[in-house]
Design a protein around this ligand. Sequence first.
Ligand code: ATP
Ligand code: MG
Length: 778
Amino acid sequence: MTQQNEISYRELPILPLRGVLVFPYTIIHLDVGRKKSINAIEEAMLGSKEIFLATQKEAQNDEPDEEDIYEVGTVAEIRQVLKMPGGTMRVLVEGLHRGSIKTYIKHDDYMKVSIEEYKGENPKNAEIEALMRTVVYQFEQYVRMSKKIPPETVVSVVAIEEPGRLTDVIASHLNLRIPEKQKVLELRDVNQRLNYVCEILAKEMEVLELERKINIRVRKQMEKTQKEYYLREQMKAIQKELGDKDERASEVEELRERINKTNLPPDALEKINKELERLEKIPPAVAEAVVVRNYLDWALSLPWSIETRDRLDLDLAEKILNEDHYGLEKPKQRILEYLAIRKLAKKMKGPILCLVGPPGVGKTSLGKSVARSLGRKFVRMSLGGLRDEAEIRGHRRTYVGSMPGRVLNSIKQAGSRNPVFLLDEIDKMTMDFRGDPASALLEVLDPEQNNTFSDHYLEIAFDLSKVMFITTANSTHNIPRPLLDRMEVIEISGYTEEDKLHIAVEYLVPKQIKEHGLKNSNITFSEKALRKIIREYTREAGVRNMERQIASICRKVARQVVKDKNTSVNITVSNINKYLGTEKFRFGAAEKKSQVGVTTGLAWTESGGDLLSIEVALTKGKGRLTLTGKLGDVMKESAQAGLTYVKSKADELSINSEMLEKYDVHIHVPEGAIPKDGPSAGITMATSLASAMSGIPVKNDVAMTGEITLRGNVLPIGGLKEKALAAHRAGINTIILPAENKKDLEEIPANVRRKIKFILVSHMDEVLLAALEKTVDN
Ligand SMILES: Nc1ncnc2c1ncn2[C@@H]1O[C@H](COP(=O)(O)OP(=O)(O)OP(=O)(O)O)[C@@H](O)[C@H]1O
Ligand SMILES: [Mg+2]
């Protein structure tokens, strides 16, 4: 042991400390509240200002006894005393040196002790020097690690020369528990003290290191939980993705199964497989995936190899055709022929039938019936108003919302690749900048090309060659030529009154009764009533309006039946007004009596034949010709021709030549709103002119049709059958017609032919002879 410290004895008031320990060489603020302590300070202040600071063993103890206070403490000088509100005191003390309590000196107001003081430093030696360096070094480390002590402290600590002071200053900075600090204070030997501080520092650093590790671990833990949360979220997304992947996988699987089942032609198989591969690669959320999926779904739902077997029983087919439609012999025969050929030569390419006729004659419904008789599926696609090629052939898939064309869509609907395909109203297509639908249709209909029909959307050739195409039109005029060339036209002309009556009795009435949920006992139609419907409630070539009238009667009767189940109505001529209102047409549209300058012509329109009355009036003027009634150029020209002819025949017709120069001629064709054209009214206009100029009336029961040349020759016309039927409907009994049309007379139904007198003419003279009333002079 090295040299002993100086020892002296003193009596000093004692200040018991709670939770703090004051080392020598340190300055510290103490808050003092206990009465005895305050008294002790006051006592000290009165004397040397020195006080003994000793720490209580237990901070909670308010009235510590001798045993409750550590023996070793610090002699300190009171530097400053501040009286605080509430009677407490704040004192600034500076530790001077160690001291140890020898005896407690009794005093009532405060505690006083007799102490043994230890002053002075141990002299340095090499060992102490080494220890000092170690301690300083450790302290430096400690400060760096703890981060709780300001780094400047290190600077002041490094400057300390005295080993005792060094230990005390360092110990005061360390975050030690009281017993540890107390031990530092109690070690009077500086060597021991240095060793102890060294030990403490090492331990503290270890603790710090541990703390650091714990910190890191805690942070890691924090990070980990955060990371976990983050990962879990990611996982969720991934799982979702994975789930989708599953969905996708099963979807692809499902599609693959469908591909296997579908029996696709090789090129279709290749293309569809390629698309499926593409689908697998595209992420599900991408819009493209939807496009591809839709494509595959659509392509696979086409009837690539599904075919219905034709029922090639001719007798049964004929029976079915007759079951559905009355008459229509020609189309029915043609259809049966087709069936017969199919039976003999299975590979024959199907003809394309084109049913042409006025509205309501059963073209559409005949198509349906063909399908029924063949036992095939039926699809109908209306071409009316179609103007875009893409509607037939579809849009390329590069377009947003592109769709397959209607042809393949219909095939898909049919569900077999050999349906009866009705292309309705092929003459109502229009053409514009969006491309010509007719040319696309050509590819559909042409037997040479349609086994590889390509839809822009599908991009795979589809075989349409097994399809039986039937087209319908009201007239062949508006069917594009190349299309017409590929079709076999079957004319269906209008019905006569007898036909209509048959159709009504055998088809329409039973059909409507059934459709309206009536019983045969509820309603009957007398023949006369049906005739009245035909004559006075409709004026048409077909039977659509008649069907509508019958339906409207059925509706009204149905209402009565609801009220009274036993209703039984017989529709007769006398009660028909009650159901249909007043007559809409005057039967026998022919003029009631013969007139001058008015002639009945016959016209052909898309809706069948019609009567056309042509009026001529003469007014004073300069020989000008006026035409009204919305006439086309051809009609105007034939009016000119007629006029020229009449003028050239003025003498023979005993027409006053003044008449030709001083009168204006006005030709009018009533029902002016309807455009009219064509050359077939030539002889009619000439007759009206001749009548007007000569003053001889035209027979009212005569109708005529024929084209005229300047020399008065009469040229043939078309649509004779329709015209004859119209004349018959109107109650005309004589028709003047071109001699060259004689061959067409056969087409006119026999019962009409029997009732009407046909006068065949080849020159205008004959027309006038037959049409003009015989005058007294003649
Ligand atoms: N010969 C017939 N026998 C029985 N019913 C017929 C006959 N002709 C037409 N019908 C009936 O008349 C109605 C109209 O026929 P549909 O619709 O087929 O006429 P369309 O010729 O297609 O006319 P549009 O040219 O206006 O399309 C249908 O209900 C049809 O059954
Ligand atoms: Mg139709």
